[in-house]
Design a protein around this ligand. Structure first.
Ligand SMILES: Nc1ncnc2c1ncn2[C@@H]1O[C@H](COP(=O)(O)OP(=O)(O)OP(=O)(O)O)[C@@H](O)[C@H]1O
Ligand SMILES: [Mg+2]
Length: 338
Protein backbone atom coordinates (compact mmCIF):
# COMPACT_ATOMS: atom_id res chain seq x y z
CA UNK A 1 0.00 0.00 0.00
CA UNK A 2 2.68 2.52 1.04
CA UNK A 3 6.27 1.98 -0.05
CA UNK A 4 8.96 4.34 1.13
CA UNK A 5 12.34 3.95 -0.55
CA UNK A 6 15.62 5.58 0.43
CA UNK A 7 13.79 8.62 1.71
CA UNK A 8 16.11 11.49 2.60
CA UNK A 9 15.06 14.85 3.97
CA UNK A 10 17.57 17.56 4.69
CA UNK A 11 16.42 20.93 5.99
CA UNK A 12 18.48 23.92 4.91
CA UNK A 13 21.78 23.84 3.08
CA UNK A 14 25.49 24.17 3.72
CA UNK A 15 26.68 24.59 7.29
CA UNK A 16 23.12 24.97 8.58
CA UNK A 17 21.83 21.76 7.00
CA UNK A 18 19.94 19.32 9.26
CA UNK A 19 19.61 15.76 8.04
CA UNK A 20 16.18 14.85 9.45
CA UNK A 21 15.74 11.58 7.49
CA UNK A 22 18.79 9.62 6.36
CA UNK A 23 17.50 6.97 3.99
CA UNK A 24 14.24 5.50 5.26
CA UNK A 25 12.81 2.29 3.80
CA UNK A 26 9.36 1.14 4.91
CA UNK A 27 6.54 -0.96 3.61
CA UNK A 28 3.01 -0.53 4.99
CA UNK A 29 0.42 -3.11 3.92
CA UNK A 30 -3.21 -2.36 3.02
CA UNK A 31 -5.45 -2.33 6.10
CA UNK A 32 -2.56 -2.33 8.54
CA UNK A 33 -2.06 -0.07 11.55
CA UNK A 34 1.60 0.86 11.35
CA UNK A 35 3.22 2.67 14.26
CA UNK A 36 6.42 4.70 14.14
CA UNK A 37 7.95 5.43 17.52
CA UNK A 38 10.85 7.68 18.35
CA UNK A 39 12.15 10.31 20.75
CA UNK A 40 11.75 14.03 20.17
CA UNK A 41 13.72 15.12 17.12
CA UNK A 42 14.01 11.57 15.75
CA UNK A 43 12.32 12.61 12.50
CA UNK A 44 8.79 11.27 13.07
CA UNK A 45 6.84 14.33 11.94
CA UNK A 46 9.16 14.86 9.00
CA UNK A 47 8.60 11.25 7.93
CA UNK A 48 4.83 11.33 8.20
CA UNK A 49 4.67 14.71 6.45
CA UNK A 50 6.75 13.32 3.59
CA UNK A 51 4.06 10.66 3.04
CA UNK A 52 1.54 13.26 1.86
CA UNK A 53 4.20 15.67 0.60
CA UNK A 54 3.44 18.36 3.18
CA UNK A 55 7.21 18.16 3.34
CA UNK A 56 9.05 17.70 0.06
CA UNK A 57 11.61 14.88 0.27
CA UNK A 58 15.18 15.74 -0.69
CA UNK A 59 15.50 12.38 -2.42
CA UNK A 60 13.91 8.93 -2.49
CA UNK A 61 10.35 7.95 -3.24
CA UNK A 62 6.99 7.50 -1.53
CA UNK A 63 4.49 5.34 -3.38
CA UNK A 64 0.87 5.02 -2.26
CA UNK A 65 -0.93 2.30 -4.16
CA UNK A 66 0.37 2.81 -7.69
CA UNK A 67 1.07 6.51 -7.28
CA UNK A 68 4.58 7.84 -6.80
CA UNK A 69 3.84 10.90 -4.68
CA UNK A 70 7.20 12.50 -5.44
CA UNK A 71 6.44 12.78 -9.16
CA UNK A 72 3.08 14.54 -9.10
CA UNK A 73 2.24 17.99 -10.45
CA UNK A 74 0.40 20.46 -8.20
CA UNK A 75 -3.15 19.58 -9.25
CA UNK A 76 -2.51 15.85 -9.23
CA UNK A 77 -0.95 16.18 -5.80
CA UNK A 78 -3.99 18.05 -4.53
CA UNK A 79 -6.22 15.25 -5.79
CA UNK A 80 -4.07 12.55 -4.21
CA UNK A 81 -3.91 14.40 -0.89
CA UNK A 82 -7.67 14.19 -0.64
CA UNK A 83 -7.26 10.45 -0.45
CA UNK A 84 -4.94 10.79 2.53
CA UNK A 85 -6.50 11.90 5.81
CA UNK A 86 -4.39 13.46 8.54
CA UNK A 87 -4.96 14.20 12.21
CA UNK A 88 -2.75 16.26 14.49
CA UNK A 89 -1.70 16.56 18.12
CA UNK A 90 -3.38 19.96 18.51
CA UNK A 91 -6.38 19.04 16.36
CA UNK A 92 -6.00 22.04 13.98
CA UNK A 93 -9.74 22.78 13.91
CA UNK A 94 -11.26 26.02 12.62
CA UNK A 95 -12.20 27.75 15.87
CA UNK A 96 -14.84 29.99 14.29
CA UNK A 97 -16.68 27.10 12.63
CA UNK A 98 -19.06 24.62 14.22
CA UNK A 99 -18.32 20.91 14.49
CA UNK A 100 -20.59 20.39 11.47
CA UNK A 101 -18.79 23.01 9.39
CA UNK A 102 -15.37 21.73 10.38
CA UNK A 103 -16.27 18.29 9.08
CA UNK A 104 -17.94 19.75 5.97
CA UNK A 105 -14.89 21.91 5.17
CA UNK A 106 -12.89 19.47 3.00
CA UNK A 107 -16.05 18.52 1.10
CA UNK A 108 -17.06 22.12 0.38
CA UNK A 109 -13.50 22.82 -0.71
CA UNK A 110 -14.08 20.55 -3.69
CA UNK A 111 -17.60 21.88 -4.31
CA UNK A 112 -19.47 18.81 -3.16
CA UNK A 113 -23.26 19.26 -3.63
CA UNK A 114 -25.03 20.40 -0.48
CA UNK A 115 -27.09 17.24 -0.02
CA UNK A 116 -24.03 15.03 -0.38
CA UNK A 117 -22.16 17.17 2.17
CA UNK A 118 -25.02 16.84 4.61
CA UNK A 119 -25.22 13.08 4.17
CA UNK A 120 -21.49 12.63 4.64
CA UNK A 121 -21.18 14.94 7.64
CA UNK A 122 -24.04 13.13 9.40
CA UNK A 123 -22.46 9.78 8.65
CA UNK A 124 -19.13 11.00 10.06
CA UNK A 125 -20.76 12.50 13.18
CA UNK A 126 -22.37 9.14 13.81
CA UNK A 127 -19.09 7.29 13.23
CA UNK A 128 -17.20 9.32 15.83
CA UNK A 129 -20.14 9.62 18.24
CA UNK A 130 -20.67 13.38 18.05
CA UNK A 131 -24.14 13.62 16.53
CA UNK A 132 -25.41 15.61 19.52
CA UNK A 133 -22.57 18.12 19.29
CA UNK A 134 -22.89 19.16 15.63
CA UNK A 135 -23.74 22.78 16.41
CA UNK A 136 -21.05 23.38 19.01
CA UNK A 137 -17.82 25.26 18.44
CA UNK A 138 -14.39 23.70 19.15
CA UNK A 139 -13.96 25.81 22.32
CA UNK A 140 -17.01 24.08 23.80
CA UNK A 141 -15.51 20.61 23.37
CA UNK A 142 -13.15 18.46 25.43
CA UNK A 143 -9.79 17.43 23.96
CA UNK A 144 -11.10 13.97 23.13
CA UNK A 145 -14.16 15.42 21.39
CA UNK A 146 -11.96 17.81 19.42
CA UNK A 147 -9.87 14.91 18.20
CA UNK A 148 -13.07 13.09 17.20
CA UNK A 149 -13.92 16.11 15.04
CA UNK A 150 -10.40 15.92 13.61
CA UNK A 151 -10.94 12.26 12.76
CA UNK A 152 -14.37 12.92 11.23
CA UNK A 153 -12.95 15.73 9.10
CA UNK A 154 -10.03 13.56 8.01
CA UNK A 155 -12.34 10.73 6.95
CA UNK A 156 -15.02 12.85 5.24
CA UNK A 157 -13.30 12.58 1.86
CA UNK A 158 -13.09 8.76 2.05
CA UNK A 159 -9.31 8.58 2.21
CA UNK A 160 -7.51 5.31 1.77
CA UNK A 161 -4.84 6.20 4.31
CA UNK A 162 -5.04 8.01 7.64
CA UNK A 163 -1.89 9.66 8.97
CA UNK A 164 -1.81 10.46 12.69
CA UNK A 165 0.86 12.83 14.02
CA UNK A 166 0.91 12.31 17.82
CA UNK A 167 -2.89 12.27 17.75
CA UNK A 168 -3.24 11.38 21.42
CA UNK A 169 -0.25 13.20 22.93
CA UNK A 170 -2.35 16.12 24.19
CA UNK A 171 -4.94 13.86 25.83
CA UNK A 172 -5.20 12.23 29.27
CA UNK A 173 -4.77 8.44 29.51
CA UNK A 174 -8.48 7.61 29.50
CA UNK A 175 -9.28 9.86 26.58
CA UNK A 176 -6.23 8.50 24.79
CA UNK A 177 -7.64 5.00 25.13
CA UNK A 178 -11.05 6.01 23.82
CA UNK A 179 -9.47 7.67 20.76
CA UNK A 180 -7.27 4.61 20.18
CA UNK A 181 -10.33 2.37 20.36
CA UNK A 182 -12.07 4.60 17.83
CA UNK A 183 -9.09 4.38 15.46
CA UNK A 184 -9.04 0.59 15.79
CA UNK A 185 -12.79 0.46 15.19
CA UNK A 186 -12.48 2.60 12.05
CA UNK A 187 -9.56 0.50 10.83
CA UNK A 188 -11.73 -2.61 11.11
CA UNK A 189 -14.99 -1.15 9.81
CA UNK A 190 -13.51 0.67 6.83
CA UNK A 191 -10.37 -1.40 6.25
CA UNK A 192 -8.49 1.89 6.41
CA UNK A 193 -4.69 1.82 6.45
CA UNK A 194 -3.37 3.87 9.38
CA UNK A 195 0.14 5.22 9.91
CA UNK A 196 0.67 6.77 13.30
CA UNK A 197 3.64 8.33 15.01
CA UNK A 198 4.07 8.52 18.74
CA UNK A 199 6.64 8.58 21.50
CA UNK A 200 4.51 6.29 23.68
CA UNK A 201 4.93 2.53 23.58
CA UNK A 202 1.45 2.20 25.07
CA UNK A 203 -0.08 3.58 21.87
CA UNK A 204 1.86 1.07 19.80
CA UNK A 205 0.98 -1.79 22.11
CA UNK A 206 -2.75 -1.02 22.10
CA UNK A 207 -3.56 -0.86 18.42
CA UNK A 208 -0.62 -1.32 16.06
CA UNK A 209 0.10 -4.41 13.98
CA UNK A 210 3.63 -3.37 13.09
CA UNK A 211 6.10 -0.91 14.53
CA UNK A 212 9.24 0.83 13.35
CA UNK A 213 11.63 2.51 15.77
CA UNK A 214 13.12 5.71 14.36
CA UNK A 215 16.18 7.39 15.86
CA UNK A 216 18.36 10.13 14.38
CA UNK A 217 16.54 9.90 11.05
CA UNK A 218 17.18 6.16 10.69
CA UNK A 219 14.91 3.14 11.25
CA UNK A 220 16.66 1.10 13.97
CA UNK A 221 14.35 -1.89 13.96
CA UNK A 222 10.90 -2.84 12.77
CA UNK A 223 8.52 -5.75 12.67
CA UNK A 224 5.31 -7.12 14.18
CA UNK A 225 4.68 -5.39 17.51
CA UNK A 226 4.79 -8.73 19.39
CA UNK A 227 8.32 -9.42 18.15
CA UNK A 228 9.72 -5.94 18.65
CA UNK A 229 8.05 -5.45 22.01
CA UNK A 230 8.89 -8.79 23.55
CA UNK A 231 12.32 -9.24 21.95
CA UNK A 232 13.69 -5.73 21.39
CA UNK A 233 17.13 -5.72 19.77
CA UNK A 234 18.03 -2.07 20.22
CA UNK A 235 18.74 -0.11 23.39
CA UNK A 236 16.42 2.70 22.23
CA UNK A 237 13.55 0.21 21.91
CA UNK A 238 14.25 -1.31 25.32
CA UNK A 239 14.23 2.17 26.77
CA UNK A 240 10.73 2.87 25.39
CA UNK A 241 9.46 -0.40 26.84
CA UNK A 242 11.12 0.09 30.21
CA UNK A 243 9.68 3.56 30.65
CA UNK A 244 6.20 2.05 30.60
CA UNK A 245 6.93 0.17 33.82
CA UNK A 246 7.77 2.42 36.75
CA UNK A 247 9.11 -0.43 38.90
CA UNK A 248 12.47 -0.66 37.08
CA UNK A 249 14.42 0.53 40.18
CA UNK A 250 12.74 -1.93 42.49
CA UNK A 251 13.48 -4.72 40.07
CA UNK A 252 17.16 -3.74 39.97
CA UNK A 253 17.25 -4.02 43.75
CA UNK A 254 15.49 -7.37 43.73
CA UNK A 255 17.88 -8.79 41.16
CA UNK A 256 20.92 -7.73 43.20
CA UNK A 257 19.52 -8.76 46.62
CA UNK A 258 21.53 -11.53 48.37
CA UNK A 259 20.94 -14.93 46.80
CA UNK A 260 22.65 -18.32 46.58
CA UNK A 261 25.70 -18.49 44.32
CA UNK A 262 24.12 -21.05 42.01
CA UNK A 263 20.85 -19.11 41.56
CA UNK A 264 19.94 -17.86 38.09
CA UNK A 265 17.55 -15.06 37.25
CA UNK A 266 15.59 -15.24 34.02
CA UNK A 267 12.83 -13.42 32.22
CA UNK A 268 10.13 -15.86 31.16
CA UNK A 269 7.61 -14.73 28.56
CA UNK A 270 4.31 -16.48 27.97
CA UNK A 271 2.54 -15.53 24.71
CA UNK A 272 -1.07 -16.21 23.76
CA UNK A 273 -2.84 -19.13 25.46
CA UNK A 274 0.35 -20.09 27.30
CA UNK A 275 -0.26 -17.00 29.43
CA UNK A 276 -3.03 -18.76 31.33
CA UNK A 277 -1.34 -22.13 31.90
CA UNK A 278 0.42 -23.51 34.98
CA UNK A 279 3.59 -24.39 33.12
CA UNK A 280 5.94 -22.86 35.68
CA UNK A 281 4.63 -24.74 38.71
CA UNK A 282 4.45 -28.03 36.81
CA UNK A 283 8.01 -27.61 35.64
CA UNK A 284 9.56 -26.87 39.03
CA UNK A 285 7.75 -29.87 40.57
CA UNK A 286 9.40 -31.99 37.94
CA UNK A 287 12.88 -30.50 38.23
CA UNK A 288 12.83 -29.90 41.98
CA UNK A 289 14.00 -26.28 42.15
CA UNK A 290 12.70 -23.36 44.20
CA UNK A 291 11.88 -20.01 42.74
CA UNK A 292 11.18 -16.42 43.73
CA UNK A 293 9.13 -14.15 41.47
CA UNK A 294 10.84 -10.74 41.36
CA UNK A 295 8.43 -9.12 38.95
CA UNK A 296 5.37 -10.15 37.02
CA UNK A 297 3.09 -8.56 34.46
CA UNK A 298 0.21 -9.71 32.38
CA UNK A 299 -0.86 -7.54 29.50
CA UNK A 300 -1.94 -7.53 25.91
CA UNK A 301 -0.45 -6.53 22.60
CA UNK A 302 -3.42 -5.64 20.47
CA UNK A 303 -5.51 -8.83 20.94
CA UNK A 304 -2.71 -11.14 22.03
CA UNK A 305 -2.31 -11.71 25.77
CA UNK A 306 1.15 -12.18 27.21
CA UNK A 307 2.68 -12.64 30.61
CA UNK A 308 6.19 -11.82 31.68
CA UNK A 309 7.86 -12.99 34.87
CA UNK A 310 11.29 -12.26 36.23
CA UNK A 311 12.06 -15.41 38.18
CA UNK A 312 15.09 -16.40 40.27
CA UNK A 313 15.59 -20.15 40.34
CA UNK A 314 17.46 -21.74 43.23
CA UNK A 315 18.77 -25.31 43.34
CA UNK A 316 21.65 -27.33 41.95
CA UNK A 317 23.15 -25.95 38.73
CA UNK A 318 22.00 -29.09 36.89
CA UNK A 319 18.42 -28.82 38.16
CA UNK A 320 18.25 -25.13 37.21
CA UNK A 321 19.66 -25.83 33.77
CA UNK A 322 17.06 -28.59 33.28
CA UNK A 323 14.31 -26.19 34.40
CA UNK A 324 15.31 -23.57 31.83
CA UNK A 325 15.45 -26.23 29.12
CA UNK A 326 12.04 -27.60 30.04
CA UNK A 327 10.49 -24.11 29.96
CA UNK A 328 11.97 -23.43 26.54
CA UNK A 329 10.71 -26.80 25.28
CA UNK A 330 7.22 -25.73 26.25
CA UNK A 331 7.48 -22.73 23.91
CA UNK A 332 8.14 -20.12 26.57
CA UNK A 333 10.67 -17.43 25.82
CA UNK A 334 13.45 -17.69 28.38
CA UNK A 335 16.11 -15.03 28.64
CA UNK A 336 18.76 -14.77 31.33
CA UNK A 337 18.84 -11.50 33.27
CA UNK A 338 22.17 -10.34 34.64
N1 LIG B 1 11.20 23.16 9.22
C1 LIG B 1 12.37 22.74 9.73
N2 LIG B 1 13.51 23.40 9.50
C2 LIG B 1 14.70 22.97 9.98
N3 LIG B 1 14.86 21.88 10.72
C3 LIG B 1 13.76 21.15 10.99
C4 LIG B 1 12.45 21.55 10.51
N4 LIG B 1 11.56 20.63 10.97
C5 LIG B 1 12.25 19.74 11.67
N5 LIG B 1 13.57 20.03 11.69
C6 LIG B 1 14.64 19.24 12.35
O1 LIG B 1 14.58 17.91 11.85
C7 LIG B 1 14.76 16.96 12.89
C8 LIG B 1 13.55 16.05 13.00
O2 LIG B 1 12.42 16.81 13.38
P1 LIG B 1 10.95 16.21 13.51
O3 LIG B 1 10.03 17.34 13.76
O4 LIG B 1 10.68 15.35 12.33
O5 LIG B 1 11.10 15.29 14.80
P2 LIG B 1 9.99 14.54 15.67
O6 LIG B 1 10.46 13.13 15.80
O7 LIG B 1 8.65 14.76 15.07
O8 LIG B 1 10.09 15.25 17.08
P3 LIG B 1 8.94 15.60 18.17
O9 LIG B 1 8.67 14.31 18.89
O10 LIG B 1 9.60 16.59 19.05
O11 LIG B 1 7.74 16.12 17.44
C9 LIG B 1 15.03 17.77 14.15
O12 LIG B 1 16.42 17.88 14.32
C10 LIG B 1 14.43 19.13 13.84
O13 LIG B 1 15.09 20.14 14.51
MG1 LIG C 1 6.88 15.68 15.75
Amino acid sequence: MITIKNLVKTYGTGAKATAALKGINLEVAQGEIFGIIGHSGAGKSTLIRCINMLEEPTSGSVTIGETDMTRLGTSQLQRERRRIGMIFQHFNLLSSATVYDNIAFPLRLVRTPRAAVDRKVKEMLELVGLTEHAKKFPAQLSGGQKQRVGIARALATDPRVLLCDEATSALDPQTTDSILRLLLDINRKLGLTIVLITHEMHVIQSICDKVAVIHGGVILEEGPVIDVFLKPREAVTRDFIRRESDSADVLEEAIHAPHPESARTVKVTFIGDLTYQSILSQTVKETNVDFAILQGTISRIKETPYGQLIVRFEGTPEAIERTLQRLAEQKLEVEEVR
